[in-house]
Design a protein around this ligand. Structure first.
Ligand code: GLY
Length: 374
């Protein structure tokens, strides 16, 4: 079956979801328009900023990305204006360079990068190139991209697979292979050192920054060392699929498919991921965000491979999120509510803008929009 034939089989759900987004998002936008921060979560029906790092908070690209997604869905210029306003605000993060990290791909590829690819705005191109250079500057020739700051010189995390597309874009855009080569060295390391034989993934791997030897794999945002933090699995699934899209390297696609099969086999009870697939069976903690990321990644894999299993799972997750995790009311500005930042943290079953972005992105794919934010 072609991807379009698969899409048509879910046309009723797609139309209903798009209608709900078109009704809800003008209200979400109205609540953001006067703010001097970029929305992250919700408290008392009002948008709240990220908890630390100021404008460098790693999710700050997702609000402008949501605005571009809605612009693509509706053509309404109010979304474009807000996307541009948030992108301008992000410049403060470049000035606060000390707090920047490897998540510059999340911050700029889907904000200024999307803007440039849609409008050819030259300032947006420069912002995206600057972010790509910052990410390239975090590359350790021992074989990985460093994730975080302070003394964590050898720390890499699976989430970084989703930051690599800004490097692929930089090479595609400039014709300079350096960025792509860095991304592929990191992806090759991640394939060998993070992905386990059963298709699950570690969240964090600590390398010796001199030799590149693997030293440790702590629990990170998951339940315990050796467990399977569901959002980490989703980052791996979608991230390897994207590395395949940009390089054509078959091993990346094979890895993405292996992770996808692991994910599907652990979510199919009710299609809403537990926070960690290895958490105690009686622990009800969920992460709707992992579901949204995986759903969009599975639809991408279906688009690449034509495999109906991936398409069906992506849709079932999306339908479960819509039915059991979404707040479509008018006062509450976000959509998905059962998102969990980290298993052992305090932010359980909250809203997170990046969950909403991936939900929208999945709906756009079901509508047949072939613009790839990544
Ligand atoms: N990249 C961090 C997270 O997924 O929470």
């Amino acid at each position: 079956m072609t991807f379009d034939e698969m899409r048509y089989s879910r046309i009723g759900f797609t139309a209903a979801a798009a209608e709900k987004l078109k009704h809800k998002m003008p209200l979400a936008l109205k609540k953001a328009q006067e703010l001097d921060f970029i929305p992250y979560t919700v408290k008392d029906n009002q948008w709240q900023p990220g908890p630390f790092d100021g404008m460098c908070w790693w999710t700050n690209g997702f609000w402008p990305a949501e605005m571009w997604a809605m612009y693509r869905m509706t053509g309404d210029e109010a979304y474009q204006t807000e996307a541009q306003r948030a992108e301008d605000m992000l410049d403060d993060a470049f000035r606060d360079y000390d707090h920047l990290h490897h998540d510059v791909g999340f911050m700029w590829l889907i904000s200024s990068g999307a803007n440039y690819r849609m409008t050819t705005c030259d300032l947006s191109r420069k912002r995206t190139m600057l972010a790509a250079n910052i990410l390239a500057g975090r590359f350790n020739p021992a074989g990985f991209i460093r994730a975080w700051n302070t003394d964590r010189t050898g720390w890499a995390i699976i989430d970084c697979m989703m930051n690599l597309p800004i490097l692929y874009w930089a090479s595609e855009h400039t014709g300079d292979p350096r960025f792509r080569k860095i991304a592929m060295i990191h992806a090759d390391t991640a394939m060998r050192q993070f992905i386990r034989p059963d298709g699950s993934s570690d969240h964090i791997v600590i390398f010796d920054p001199e030799t590149g030897d693997k030293l440790d794999a702590p629990a990170g945002q998951g339940y315990a060392p050796g467990s399977s933090w569901s959002r980490g699995q989703a980052w791996a699934l979608y991230g390897f699929a994207l590395s395949y899209v940009h390089t054509g390297k078959q091993e990346y696609l094979d890895t993405a498919c292996r992770v996808a099969r692991y994910f599907i086999s652990h979510v199919q009870e009710d299609w809403i991921p537990r926070c960690d697939f290895c958490q105690p069976a009686d622990d009800p903690l969920k992460d709707a965000c992992a579901g949204a990321v995986a759903s969009s990644g599975l639809l991408e894999l279906a688009r690449i491979t034509g495999e109906e299993t991936f398409f069906d799972a992506g849709c079932r997750i999306l339908e479960a999120l819509d039915a059991h995790c979404a707040d479509w009311s008018e006062d509450y500005p976000a959509i998905l509510t059962r998102c969990t930042a980290s298993y052992h943290g305090n932010d359980h079953h909250i809203a997170m803008t990046y969950a909403d972005f991936f939900f929208m992105e999945a709906v756009l794919k079901l509508q047949g929009d072939d613009f790839l934010f990544w």
